[in-house]
Design a protein around this ligand. Structure first.
Ligand SMILES: CC(C)(COP(=O)(O)OP(=O)(O)OC[C@H]1O[C@@H](n2cnc3c(N)ncnc32)[C@H](O)[C@@H]1OP(=O)(O)O)[C@@H](O)C(=O)NCCC(=O)NCCS
Length: 198
């Protein structure tokens, strides 16, 4: 074989092994990129927490009902979400709704975190924490003093400064929501409470 530019003879095996080396090094490079993409896709993609809109509702219901099937959450109907849409925040990643959470005012100084759900494929990326944080900011701006949640994941809320409390220490008013729950009165959800005075 002759190198057309230099006119020198080139050994075909050498060309072959060099081409293979280039292909291999490129696939290593691309494999590394894919690995990187799989490891940190959410950090590189745009994560946005915003108030929910009516066109988010169908996906919000799907995410919530992923967990309600396993009785980890109360199922929500489309109408329940539409009626309370002003309470909801969502997390959007590259235009896709991947989580939601609502802040429901219960009394003059007390609000409840409800319907917190993150698409399982995006778990443990800080989305749940950001959604709760948006609700806490909202509660502060409304002049609330305390925010509570009834949950099966008290550990998650404890990382955000909530404290486990006796459910009976919460005002009677919260039981009106519980009356709608099919598990009532045999619910073993744990009450967590955070003071937001500061
Ligand atoms: C609970 C839930 C909202 C957490 O969302 P998430 O986006 O995965 O959580 P985050 O990544 O924001 O977690 C922040 C920290 O909380 C803690 N945490 C998260 N999930 C937890 C869990 N299931 N149990 C205990 N601690 C948890 C971890 O310390 C985590 O930080 P780390 O991942 O660096 O260790 C989500 O798993 C979910 O939708 N669960 C099912 C529905 C549900 O139970 N909702 C609560 C109803 S009140």
């Amino acid at each position: 074989m002759e190198n057309l530019l230099s006119g020198k003879r080139v050994i075909p095996e050498l060309v072959h092994s060099t081409v293979l080396k280039i292909i291999n090094s490129n696939s290593l490079f691309y494999n590394s990129l894919i690995l990187l993409e799989n490891k940190m896709p959410l950090q590189r993609k745009q994560k946005l927490i915003r108030k929910a809109r009516v066109d988010d509702v169908v996906v919000m219901k799907q995410i919530i009902n992923t967990y309600s099937k396993d009785e980890l959450m109360l199922a929500r109907s489309l109408s329940e979400i539409y009626e309370n849409i002003r309470d909801y925040y969502i997390c959007e990643i590259d235009g896709e709704v991947v989580g939601c959470c609502s802040l429901h005012v219960v009394w003059e100084d007390l609000a409840e975190i409800l319907a917190l759900a993150v698409n399982p494929k995006c778990a443990r990326k800080g989305i749940g924490a950001k959604l709760v944080s948006a609700c806490l900011d909202d509660a502060r701006s409304l002049g609330m003093k305390e925010v509570f949640a009834l949950t099966y994941v008290p550990g998650f809320f404890e990382t955000l400064g909530f404290k486990v409390v006796d459910k009976n220490s919460l005002p009677r008013k919260i039981w009106s929501g519980c009356l709608k729950c099919p598990k009532f009165p045999d619910c073993n959800e744990i009450a967590v409470l955070k003071s937001i005075n500061s």
